[in-house]
Design a protein around this ligand. Sequence first.
Ligand code: HEM
Length: 131
Amino acid sequence: MSKEYTYSDVSEHATKKNLFVVIHEKVYNASTFIDEHPGGEEVLLDVAGQDATEAFEDVGHSDEAREILDTLLVGTLKRKEGDPKPKSYQSSTGTPATEAGMGVGLYAFILVGGLFAFGAYKYFQMQSENQ
Ligand code: HEM
């Protein structure tokens, strides 16, 4: 019974009693669940009628949470031109940024290590000259 919703259809369901969210291109009706949400109703109201993929994944929800999600499914999202871009968690900028951070850390480590080795080398050279 998969129904297709456009982004503007979804955005019309943005109240506590009528609350749709988009997660991974699927449309969920969270109205019945909002009062039971362990993370509180505030966070769900924040993303009501919007793409909540990033918010949902950032929390690192359990498999149980994903099972509940399945029971709330009402349809799939049909994107049109001009709609907000899909929030695909995998392709978010988080991963490359982390890699870049590690790269910089690695260079810093090599640089500091190199300087230390050079210092030690000079130190032992002076020591042997003094003898
Ligand atoms: C309809 C979609 C959602 C469902 C079915 C859902 C379900 C759940 C469930 C079952 C938990 C308990 C912990 C776990 O099993 O992972 C939980 C915790 C939580 N959720 Fe959601 N959630 C949804 C959307 C969201 C969104 C959009 C946010 C936005 C940030 C959010 C924020 C949180 C937070 C912060 C917790 C942790 C609460 C704590 O440990 O004190 N959830 N959620």
